[in-house]
Design a protein around this ligand. Structure first.
Ligand code: ARG
Length: 262
C-alpha cells in the first residue's frame, strides 16, 4: 500500500513538472480523470478544526501537502502516508480558506507519531502530530469511536485543499459529500489493492464525478459532527468504479486517543 500511495503523489508531481517545463500551466491540457473533485468552496470559519498541512518540499506553489484535523489545542490527526518528510518541513495552517492569501494561525510540528503498524499491516494510515504553537480557542472535532458508523448510505462530507483538476494548484478549501458505499463494494473493486474492511471506509460514487484527490490526504471525512475518516487513497480521483478509501477512525480511536492525550 505504501507503494501505491507514493505512486499517486509521484504521478501528480510528474504532471506538474511536465506541464511547467512545457510552459503549459494555465493553458488547455488533456484533462486528467475528473477531479476535492466535484465539490464546492468551503469556509474554515464554519469548520475551524480543518487544518492544511503544508510542506516546504511540496510540488505545488501554495505549499499544500496534506490535510489534518484539530482534535485538541495542540494535536492534529492526519494520514501516516503524509509523514515521510523531515519534521521541520511541515507547517500546520488553521483558518485560511485560500492558502496563497495568508491569514489564520500557523504552527510548526514538535513531534510526530505514526501508527507503528502502518506499512506492515494493511490499513493503519493514521498519524498524530503535536503542534509547537497550540491553536488555543479553536473548536476541535471529536473522534468517531463506533465502528457501526461505517454503514452503506451514510452521507459524510470530506474537506480539503487538494486537487480539483480545474486549477491544479491545491489552493482553495473545498468540500463534497461522499456517501458510504460499504466494505463489500471496495473489497470487490479494490481486491488487488488490499482494501481492509476492518480499518478502512469506502466512500464516493460508483459512477464517479465527486471525490477527494491528491493533496486532500490526511484530511477529515466528517459524519455527525465527528471525525469519521481520514483521506487515504484511491485509484485516480473521481473515476467510475474507483471511490475514495478513508482510514476508519473508530477502528483506531483508542490508540489515537492515547496519543492525543499523551
Ligand atoms: N493519496 C492522496 C494524497 O496523498 C489522496 C488520494 C485520495 N484519492 C481518492 N481518489 N479519494 O493526497
Amino acid at each position: 500500500m505504501t507503494g501505491k500511495l507514493k505512486l499517486a503523489r509521484a504521478a501528480f508531481a510528474a504532471v506538474i513538472l511536465v506541464a511547467a517545463s512545457a510552459g503549459a500551466v494555465g493553458t488547455a491540457q488533456a484533462k486528467p480523470p475528473a477531479p476535492i473533485v466535484g465539490g464546492t468552496a468551503a469556509s474554515t470559519a464554519q469548520t475551524p478544526w480543518a487544518i492544511a498541512l503544508n510542506n516546504s518540499g511540496s510540488p505545488v506553489p501554495s505549499g499544500q501537502w496534506c490535510g489534518a484535523t484539530l482534535v485538541k489545542a495542540n494535536k492534529i490527526v492526519t494520514a501516516a502516508h503524509c509523514m515521510d518528510e523531515p519534521r521541520s518541513t511541515y507547517t500546520a495552517i488553521q483558518g485560511r480558506d485560500k492558502l496563497t492569501n495568508g491569514g489564520g494561525k500557523t504552527s510548526k510540528i514538535s513531534s510526530i507519531w505514526v501508527d507503528p503498524d502502518y506499512g506492515a499491516v494493511p490499513g493503519h494510515d493514521v498519524a498524530v502530530l503535536t503542534l509547537t504553537t497550540p491553536f488555543t480557542g479553536i473548536a476541535t472535532l471529536p473522534l468517531e469511536t463506533s465502528t457501526a458508523a461505517d454503514k452503506a448510505g451514510a452521507q459524510p462530507t470530506v474537506y480539503g485543499w487538494g486537487d480539483t483538476f480545474d486549477d491544479r494548484i491545491q489552493n482553495q478549501f473545498r468540500k463534497v459529500v461522499v456517501p458510504v458505499l460499504g466494505d463489500t463494494y471496495c473489497g470487490d473493486v479494490y481486491a488487488s489493492e488490499g482494501y481492509v474492511a476492518n480499518g478502512e471506509i469506502c466512500a464516493g460514487y460508483k459512477q464517479g464525478g465527486k471525490d477527494s484527490c491528491q493533496g486532500d490526504s490526511g484530511g477529515p471525512l466528517v459524519l455527525n459532527g465527528r471525525l469519521f475518516g481520514i483521506v487515504s487513497w484511491g485509484i485516480g480521483c473521481a473515476e467510475a468504479g474507483h471511490p475514495g478509501v478513508y482510514a476508519e477512525v473508530a477502528t483506531y480511536s483508542a490508540t489515537l486517543a492515547t496519543e492525543i492525550n499523551s
